[in-house]
Design a protein around this ligand. Structure first.
Ligand SMILES: [Zn+2]
Length: 133
């Protein structure tokens, strides 16, 4: 990958242009910080994903439905976090291998504006709109 490409992608992602290694390290640091944040969120929400207490004498029918809804929302949030962690892992691997900034599906450049929006994004806008991951 041409050195300028990564620097430009990093610049567009809100990082200082300059030393390529430093920009890469910066981007890697940013992605890792998000990983730490996601894992902390996941740990903090662990209790919310526990199975709902089915003891009818303990909670009324309505509050039990509330609890089940809360649990479903917590599970959905966890599913999203797991997905994002996976995407960040993959982005870090691409940074390491020098494939960062290229679409994993068609190998074309990913628009810097798209990387700025989501530095872990793996596909160009064309592939994403065709539903490729
Ligand atoms: Zn593509």
């Amino acid at each position: 990958m041409p050195l300028g490409r990564i620097a430009y992608a990093c610049y567009e992602a809100g990082m200082n242009p300059g030393e390529n290694d430093r920009d890469l390290a910066e981007l890697s640091k940013m992605l890792r910080a998000r990983q730490v944040e996601l894992r902390a969120l996941s740990d903090g929400a662990r209790d919310n994903r526990k199975p709902v207490e089915l003891d009818q004498s303990k909670v009324g029918r309505l509050s039990r439905m509330d609890a089940m809804q809360d649990q479903a929302m917590a599970q959905e949030a966890e599913r999203r976090r797991a997905g994002e962690l996976q995407r960040i892992d993959a982005a870090l691997a691409r940074l390491k291998s020098g494939d960062y900034g290229y679409c994993v599906s068609c190998d074309e450049d990913i628009a810097p504006a798209r990387l700025k929006l989501d530095p872990a994004v793996a596909t160009c806008i064309n592939c994403a709109s065709r539903g490729r991951q």
